[in-house]
Ligand binder design. Sequence first.
Ligand SMILES: Nc1cc(-c2cccs2)n[nH]1
Length: 250
Amino acid sequence: MRIDVVTIFPEYLEPLNVSLVGKARARGVLDVRLHELREHTSDVHRTVDDSPYGGGPGMVMKPEPWAAALDRVVGSAGPQDGLVPTLVVPTPSGRPFTQQLAQDLAERPWLAFAPARYEGIDRRVIEAAAERMPVVEVSIGDYVLAGGEVAVLVIVEAVARLLPGVLGNAESHQDDSFAPGRMTDLLEGPVYTKPAEWQGRAVPEVLLSGNHGKIARWRREQAFARTLAVRPDLVRRWERSAMDKHDLRA
Ligand SMILES: Nc1cc(-c2cccs2)n[nH]1
């Protein structure tokens, strides 16, 4: 997968050089390219934003630099990249970023990210881009960041770990919470490792029993209890899908 990021804060994306994504880049599984938006300005002050038409607080990102930057990205398509990237635009007003959306993005050969400062990018940039490539506006949660770079880190990590060869077998994502197709879309329950007793707290006996049937049942019960406590909405969704699956609706 190729990933391009256009940003005025390339240093914000340094984390893409370390750990899981860093290793995937070193192994050639991911090809990540950063583009400094200000290199696509044409004034001496390298201006990227201006005050909003219609008034209001803050600044809006000007269309010309973005259009030039995206032209450069699309124009640099290599034979293995696919014709155009999918443009991912982090924004509080986007569609919720979910494991399903991460899965969907992980199946695409080329993603380009357009993190903006909070007040956003001139709408005409998104409209023009949508005439030549798929555009997905994505929210990583109902809260407001100062800029989209942090959202890019979240999305890239969630997508990269789904790519073949990125996670070792030991860290499979098959049993993730929210992994589509997972037997139950429930949250993970508690996990334990050595020592068997720590500060007077013992590991649940069942996990030391070696009885895999009992362990699996205990883990399902724990996942269900945790989901009921923390995310009852997911339990209702799980019940609905179970009813549908077994055609149990009255
Ligand atoms: N979910 C979410 C995205 C954002 C921003 C994206 C770009 C600027 S602020 N805030 N919250």
